[in-house]
Every structure is written in C-alpha cells, then in structure tokens.
Design a protein around this ligand. Structure first.
Ligand code: ADP
Ligand code: MG
Length: 358
C-alpha cells in the first residue's frame, strides 16, 4: 500500500526559496559575469580584469579599479534588493546605471562561494570578506565573519567559486566548459566594444595567454579590430542615424561592414539599447535583409549598433535574464536604421563601379 502523504500547504524553507530564485536569475557563468561587469562599469572603473577557471564553474574572478565599496556597506552587499543605485520607483525611468535591482550579487551568493576584496580611495587598506546565502560568513579557515584588513589597491575584486555547487539541475543544463568560456569572452567583447575609455582583459586562470586585451585608450575601430580581426575592421562603415524625437529615437550610432566583407560564419550582432546589451531579432533580420542584394548568398555582415531610445518607450524593468527587448515605434526605428545602411551601401557600390569603369 502507498504511504499516505500529508498534503498540507507549508511555506518553503527560506534558503530553498532563495536558491530556486537565484538559479532563475543566474542561469550560466556568462550571466553572472555580465552582472559583475556591469557593476564594475557602474563603479566608474577604467580597467577590468577577468580570470576564469573551468568555464567559470570553478572560478569567476573580476577585478576593477573603480570606486570600491564602503566598509560599512559590506554587510548589505549580498542582501537581496539592497542597492546604492535606486531609491524611488520613479527613478526607474531615468536610471543611467546598469544595475538597480540589487539582485545580482545576492543571487550569486546563494549558489556559489563568494568573496570580496575592496578598497575605496579614502580607505587606508582593503577589506576582505566572505558571503554565503546573502550574508557575511567566516572565511573557510575559520574566525570572525567581519571584514578583515588586507593589503590591496583601490577598486573591487569579486571572487565567485564553485558556481551552482548546490544546484545540480542547473549544472546539467550547461554547455561544455570551453563553450561557457567562449560565451564569457563573447559578453566581455561586446561590452569592450561599447564601453570606451575602459580597458578589459580576460584569461584562463593559471595561463599567461590573454584571450582578450582592450586598452582603455583604444578607439572603437581598434577595439573591433582586436576582437574580430582586420578583415572586419578594414571594412567598417560608420552608421549614424538622424535623431527623431517623434519616434523616440534619440541617437543611433555604430558600425556595419561594407559589401567587401564576406563571411559565411556570421558574427553575432552586438546591439546595445540605452547601454544595455540586448538581443533584437527584428533589427538583426531587417539589416541582414538589406545585405541580401549586396553579399553572396548566405554571407552576413558584422554589426554593432548603439541605440538611445526615449527611456519611457523601453521597458527597463526587465528580468535580468531577459535580453530580448521591445520598444515603441519599433518598425519606424528599424526602418530608419536600415535606410541609413542601405544608403551607405549603395553609395559605396556606385563609387566602386565608377572606379572599375575608369
Ligand atoms: P545592483 O547593481 O542592481 O545595485 P548588485 O547586486 O549587482 O545590485 O550590487 C549591489 C551593490 O553592490 C551595488 O548597488 C553597488 O553599490 C555594490 N557593488 C557591486 N559591485 C561593485 C563594484 N565592482 N564596485 C563598487 N560597488 C559595487
Ligand atoms: Mg548590478
């Protein structure tokens, strides 16, 4: 006979709730890395160094030279919905930082072993502390959970170890370590193209080979060259679309390759909307469509575009894992962009025929 199960409703244990929620916010190492990258950029860093072990599962370490974290704020650092960036709901409309929900580090602390070394410019020394499940905990070697004084430079280093150690189901859905690492380099590359005046580097821990090195002074073109090679960089066309406040398009700037660049292996488009890395399938499809008459069959251009859309026309209050955006007047805005590209392509095309005819 079947055992009789007691079917009474009970609240789940808080740590279970938090772990489930965290596993939904952070779905892969590259996801955690993106959140930490954004925190470093928000902290006005000019150099961001990333070190990775086992595709980010053993270690994700990100070190910046930004503002640092006030020692008194450290107990709150990994608390859910604790942030230094948003105070009132209305601020959501105008927020210029990446973060605002105070959710990332809290989530990560529920599904990894997280530690921090941080120093503000007014601190005499750096502070190191350890977190688990949102709270400060003693170091693995024992002792007090209070931050302790250590030597260190201005800025913050966040060390995430054993990501998903307590979420076996999430571990099973991940790709191979080398694929997860490739996605980390990919996300970092996208931010490196977009975020001028900030340097980025990424490597596997224990090796000296850098898989990405962008110095802070590099131009956008040089950043693209360093990441995708001269084949792409030598064929870039500047895209600048006229502002049209009526449709909420404040600005659109970027680069696409000319019809001289052919590549069957298409490079993932890099789109930023209001400084957030996003996926926008309709925009990608529309641009590819423009190239159909210019490129051999199956070949795709490289595209990097940064759009600034009236914040009230874009929903910024999106879930951290939701990268596909929607905005008002999407068709018109995409139309303006594709016309600008089409114009560039056709003017280059006529000048080329003109040259060959001479
Ligand atoms: P959010 O970015 O939404 O505020 P996070 O959980 O990502 O939430 O970070 C919580 C807070 O920790 C931030 O508001 C910020 O004050 C601080 N913080 C996180 N990372 C850094 C960093 N690299 N440098 C300085 N402060 C940081
Ligand atoms: Mg954040």
């Amino acid at each position: 006979k079947e055992a009789i199960v007691e079917r009474r409703i009970r609240p789940l244990d808080k740590t279970v709730v938090n772990r489930i929620a965290a596993g939904e916010v952070i779905i892969a190492p590259s996801n955690a890395l993106k959140e930490m990258l954004e925190n470093s950029i928000d902290a006005k860093s000019t150099a961001i160094e990333i070190s990775i072990k086992d595709g980010g599962l053993k270690l994700l370490q990100i070190t910046d030279d930004g503002s640092g974290i006030n020692k008194d704020d450290l107990p709150l650092l990994c608390e859910r919905f604790a942030t230094s960036k948003l105070t009132k709901f209305e601020d959501l409309q105008s927020i210029s930082t990446y973060g605002f929900r105070g959710e990332a580090l809290a989530s990560i602390s529920h599904i990894s072993h997280l530690s921090v070394v941080t120093k503000t410019s007014s601190d005499e020394c750096a502070w190191k502390c350890y977190y688990l499940d949102g709270k400060l905990v003693p170091p693995p070697t024992g002792g007090s959970s209070e931050p302790r004084a250590v030597a260190g430079r201005d800025g913050t280093s966040i060390i995430v170890e054993d990501l998903f150690y307590n979420v076996p189901s999430r571990l099973r859905t991940l790709r191979s370590q080398s694929e997860e690492y490739a996605r980390i380099v990919d996300v970092t590359s996208s931010y490196a193209i977009h975020t001028l005046n900030v340097g980025f580097s990424c490597k596997k821990q224990g090796t000296n080979k850098m898989d990405l090195v962008i110095r802070s002074g590099m131009s956008q073109k040089d950043r693209i060259r360093s990441i995708y090679g001269s084949g792409v960089a030598n064929e870039l066309m500047l895209v600048d679309v006229n502002t049209d406040l009526d449709i909420g398009l404040n600005k659109c700037h970027g680069y696409v390759t000319s019809c001289n660049y052919t590549n069957k292996k298409s490079i993932k488009p890099v789109f930023f909307i209001n400084n957030r890395l996003v996926v926008c399938e309709p925009l990608k499809r529309a641009i590819n469509q423009v190239y159909v008459t210019y490129l051999p069959k199956g070949h795709k251009p490289f595209m990097y575009l940064s759009l600034e859309i009236d914040p009230k026309n874009v929903d910024v209050n999106v879930h951290p894992t939701k990268r596909e955006v929607r905005f008002l007047n999407e068709e018109e805005i995409i139309g303006r962009i594709t016309s600008a590209i089409e114009e560039k392509l056709s003017s280059l095309d006529t000048s080329r025929t003109f040259l060959t005819q001479q």
